[in-house]
Design a protein around this ligand. Structure first.
Ligand code: PMM
Length: 288
């Protein structure tokens, strides 16, 4: 089934897609300073495309644990020039936002996917807005904002609970007028989830596929990979592996997610994940 809103060229790709992460936040593009350089961000998006990104996911608001929200205006000032620049260069752009107004503005500027980490829970207007847009819609599993999500990581059976909660979100999205052919689901690794919750969801990716929608997996450089690869830091303490040292583990997840039939992986290190998804596909089907 072709996803609504996606360029035809992507609909025909016979492997897990690679979505490159472009976080247009002060800590990403200006060394923590004031200037958010759209040009630097666009150049990074173009570089990801040259490394094999099928889609570039542009986000202006950090969702890291503890992150504080910015205004809609700040968010749009950050992302819209970047969306425009990438669309002009012919790149398929996804907008990572929990806000209906930002989603609509970005799709008007040419984005073809709305990536909503809150699955519609953060903004009452989101489903209505998406229903009126010609774009795909990522419904991620989410239980609450970054400031409180760590407290919400309580499950009976994490796989069954996530499938049920995502199923309920999708049903509401469709009841609100969103075309089922536009929906993508995502387990929301790291969002109200402890390390073993993430591993359980990855082991049972097939359970998510039973919902009947393409599955997106976002494991890139996340805390649970850092803690898996923790190393002695002297004095008897053990420190999680730092962000950049998590890329090979991310690539391994990309290969395995591809073998398990994921629609796309959302990653920082595009080139190696592009190789990894090809390995996963060949592994799963037994030929190149
Ligand atoms: N993770 C982050 C941000 N956006 N979107 C989707 N669909 N899935 C994710 O897992 C996801 C996301 C947080 O990671 P980042 O801070 O590295 O972007």
């Amino acid at each position: 089934m072709a996803l609504r809103g996606l360029p035809a060229a992507l609909a025909g790709v016979d492997r897990t897609l690679v979505m490159g992460i472009l976080n247009v936040t002060p800590d990403s593009f200006s060394d923590g300073g004031e200037h958010l350089a759209a040009e630097t961000a666009i150049a990074h998006g173009l570089a990801m495309q040259s490394h094999g990104a099928d889609i570039v996911d542009v986000g202006g608001e950090s969702t890291r644990p503890g992150a504080v929200r910015i205004t809609a205006e700040e968010e749009q000032d950050r992302v819209l020039p970047v969306v425009v620049g990438l669309v002009e260069a012919g790149i398929a752009v996804s907008i990572d936002t929990m806000r209906a107004s930002t989603a609509a503005a970005a799709v008007r500027a040419g984005a073809c996917i709305v990536n909503d980490v809150s699955g519609g829970l953060a903004d009452d207007e989101m489903y209505r807005a998406v229903a009126g847009l010609d774009a795909a819609y990522v419904v991620m599993h989410w239980r609450g904002p970054s400031t409180t999500m760590d407290r919400l990581a309580v499950y009976g059976n994490v796989v069954a609970d996530v499938v049920a909660e995502l199923g309920a979100r999708v049903a509401e999205a469709v009841a609100s007028g969103i075309d089922p052919a536009s929906i993508i689901v995502d387990p929301g690794l790291g969002f109200a989830k402890e390390a073993d919750h993430n591993w359980a969801l990855l082991r049972d990716l097939g359970a998510l596929e039973t919902l009947g929608f393409p599955v997106l997996v976002g494991a890139s450089r996340k805390r649970f990979l850092g803690s898996l690869l923790a190393e002695p830091a002297g004095g008897g303490s053990v420190e999680p592996r730092g962000m950049r040292g998590r890329d090979p583990a991310t690539d391994a997840v990309s290969a395995l997610a591809s073998a398990a039939g994921a629609w796309a992986v959302r990653v920082h290190d595009v080139g190696n994940s592009r190789d990894a998804v090809l390995v996963g596909r060949a592994w799963a089907r037994g030929f190149e």
